[in-house]
Write a protein that binds this ligand. Structure first.
Ligand SMILES: O=P(O)(O)OP(=O)(O)OP(=O)(O)OC[C@H]1O[C@@H](n2cnc3c(O)ncnc32)[C@H](O)[C@@H]1O
Ligand SMILES: [Mg+2]
Length: 180
């Protein structure tokens, strides 16, 4: 089986490798468009970005399975929270999604993001380090190293892998609520 992942971000690629390395022949990181804003601002937009990346990666690399992982922010009760979504697609049109951890950003970081900066850029300024987004991530910084960005996406990729296995095994139907 060949898996394509729609990013070259090392923190994301490491999470996919940790879950799938033993059971697939090839894992190909491939740069793709997310189809949404560079800084998504809702769960819906972030999830859409993950699905778009997964589809693009699968098609571009002619892989058996495509995976997309996307980070975004969402406003809840006056605070800005980081949210994370993942999607797995296959050549038969199966689309599996999973949401991951969420945590609030400190005020000074949230303000910069609300003013239009990407979280990745703000995190580098805030920490005085470079490329935090490919390393421990904002989650690593704000959990004092307890949970890295790879740990966080590892959990999401496990949710994707497990659901996919269950879906293939049982051919379970997934809920599609009627649109209003
Ligand atoms: O190359 P890609 O795959 O795009 O990796 P990315 O780091 O840009 O990740 P996303 O596009 O999924 O994330 C959207 C934005 O939120 C930022 N972001 C999300 N989670 C982050 C984290 O834990 N640490 C730092 N930046 C984060 C990210 O850098 C982007 O500015
Ligand atoms: Mg990005």
């Amino acid at each position: 089986m060949m898996i394509a992942i729609g990013t070259k971000n090392r923190a994301k690629v490491a999470a996919v490798e940790a879950v799938f390395a033993d059971e697939c022949d090839q894992i190909v990181p491939i740069a793709v468009d997310s189809g949404v804003a560079a800084q998504p601002f809702s769960d819906e937009e972030t999830r859409m970005g993950a699905i778009y990346r997964a589809k693009q990666a699968c098609a571009k690399a002619q892989a058996d399975v495509g995976i997309g992982l996307e980070g975004g922010v969402v406003e809840i009760d006056g605070a800005l929270w980081v949210c994370n979504w993942g999607a797995l697609v296959d050549r038969n049109g199966t689309v599996i999604c999973a949401g991951g951890a969420r945590f609030p950003l400190p005020c000074e970081v949230a303000e910069e993001v609300l003013n239009g900066k990407e979280l990745g850029e703000v995190m580098d300024e805030y920490t005085g380090k470079r490329n935090i987004r490919q390393k421990e991530g904002a989650v690593g910084v704000f959990t004092n190293g307890y949970v890295s960005r790879t740990d966080m996406f590892f959990h999401i990729v496990k949710l994707l892998a497990g659901q996919y296995e269950f879906f293939v095994k049982t051919n379970a139907s997934r809920c599609q609520l009627p649109t209003t």
